[in-house]
Design a protein around this ligand. Structure first.
Ligand SMILES: *C/C=C(C)/C=C/C=C(C)/C=C/C1=C(C)CCCC1(C)C
Length: 239
């Protein structure tokens, strides 16, 4: 057993779990320590950035160990992580548009859509794998609703009236949602049987799972840390 706990140099899955843990920890320390010299009105936003990477750091620490010991994909804790952190990203949108008049209803819409997106994705990955395409499509619809809200809906409209810096930050966060978040369905397609409307991209089951974990790990690092840094940059702007 002890022998298998070493990360082999060609074990890219375990390696990205390890790097992911380290990156999330470092980002959390950074956001938390920077709170002290963050202007009062941005403090909650930067705190939430730190909470997102901190929650991810704890999950990555666990997932890293789980993957190393069992060789399996830690799907359940992956989704527990997302169900906690994605709604917190919705909170970020709400917080930065609040001064332009964002209502709590907007926050609930974003959170509800993100929960639908994640719960249906979990169904497709675990309980109803045979219908992974159907669940993936439902999840995708909820995803596009979030994209719509951020790019053309309430979030976009409020951001326009919240000052140049908030508008700029919202645009960049919008790109994270449109491009960065779109990496996840790619991992899902690689990892589930017949994921691409019945087409199996990676035939070998173990290889498919590995590809999925690597894609998810890269996406998490980009999206959680990148998202937090955009908020951090906003907190340092003149607005
Ligand atoms: C920090 C974690 C983040 C930002 C996770 C985001 C996850 C998604 C945007 C997942 C989306 C999915 C689809 C759009 C369809 C297939 C199933 C999912 C859940 C992978």
């Amino acid at each position: 057993m002890q022998e298998s706990l070493k990360i082999a140099s060609d074990n890219y899955v375990a390696f990205t779990f390890f790097i992911g843990t380290m990156a999330m920890m470092a980002a959390s320390v950074f956001f938390f320590f920077e709170l002290n010299n963050t202007p009062q009105k941005w403090r909650t936003s930067v705190l939430v950035s730190g909470l997102i990477t901190f929650i991810a750091a704890v999950h990555y620490y666990y997932m890293r160990g789980y993957n190393l010991e069992t060789g399996d994909s830690p799907t359940f804790f992956r989704y527990v992580d997302w169900i906690l952190t994605v709604p917190l990203m919705c909170v970020e949108f709400y917080l930065i548009t609040k001064k332009a008049g964002a209502k709590i209803g907007l926050l609930w819409k974003l959170i509800f859509a993100s929960l639908v997106m994640l719960v249906t994705g979990y169904f497709g990955e675990t309980i109803y794998v045979q219908n992974s395409v159907l669940w993936g499509v439902i999840s995708g619809a909820a995803y596009f609703y979030i994209v719509y809200l951020v790019w053309f809906g309430e979030v976009a409209k409020l951001a326009q009236t919240a000052g140049a810096q908030v508008a700029k930050a919202t645009k960049i966060l919008g790109w994270f949602v449109l491009v960065g978040w779109a990496i996840y369905p790619l991992g899902y397609i690689l990892g589930t049987p017949g994921g691409l409307f019945g087409i199996q991209l990676v035939a070998d089951k173990a290889a498919a799972t590995h590809a999925m974990d690597i894609v998810y790990n890269i996406a998490d690092a980009i999206n959680k840390i990148g998202f937090g840094l955009v908020i951090y940059a906003l907190s340092r702007s003149e607005d």
